[in-house]
Design a protein around this ligand. Sequence first.
Ligand code: ATP
Length: 264
Amino acid sequence: MSAVLELADVTVRRGQATLLDRVTWVVKDGERWVVLGPNGAGKTTLLQVAAAQLYPTSGAVGILGELLGTIDVFELRPRIGVSSAAVAERIPRGETVRDLVVSASYAVLGRWNEEYDDLDHARADGLLREVGVAHLADRTFGTLSEGERKRVQIARALMTDPELLLLDEPGGGLDLGGREDLVSTLSVLAYDPASPATVLVSHHVEEIPPGFTHVLMLRDGRVVAAGPIEETMDASVLSATFGMPLSLEHVDGRYAARRRHRHR
Ligand SMILES: Nc1ncnc2c1ncn2[C@@H]1O[C@H](COP(=O)(O)OP(=O)(O)OP(=O)(O)O)[C@@H](O)[C@H]1O
């Protein structure tokens, strides 16, 4: 399996703050990673580096076989699908859902070709179906609920057939039902061998979709643990990551964590 993402000793500093501290991490083709950590751990910063949007202060970053700093990022970025709050903010509220998904490919390829038009629309409709929002294709983005918006963003991120999919907190702001629906959708994507290598950032173990294969835990910009999820995820590593004593359950492929209280 070839490396889709390769970080060697990556440090990101802003003024006095160290956002990432000597992070070494390899994501291979076919892997589905969850990046877990508390607020401020550096998860979004890590994802920005992976998306070729941020250069590290030191260290080396390989993305899809290219070394960051030696290649044109405008050629690299179209090969990466990103869904994040920052991307969502730039989405025009008046755009219809179908146009929004289809336009991802126009933005990337910079073309308008009647011949491809039907194919692109069929692909967009297929992706909207895959993430469970085909019925919303004619609605405008601004009228959607938070959960519906997250799904549309994932469809848009997949439209260009990326080789790497980066999802920053897709479960943020969702209610219980919305979260459960999204976890199911992401689980279907994770089990699909045609899906790209995926990195999902989250604060909550409850949001880890079955089918995700690896976990990286971050605290204060440092990797606490990283590896295959079944071997890596346990109560002590999770407690160290979140800085409190936690118990961890793993039932039917899903994780649940809560604070451990001392019994008197
Ligand atoms: N320009 C900056 N200057 C100084 N500190 C910064 C700067 N940008 C981000 N930070 C800090 O870096 C840390 C990591 O931020 P980051 O957004 O990567 O964390 P995160 O794990 O995604 O957090 P959250 O879960 O709250 O979204 C935070 O403490 C943040 O305040």
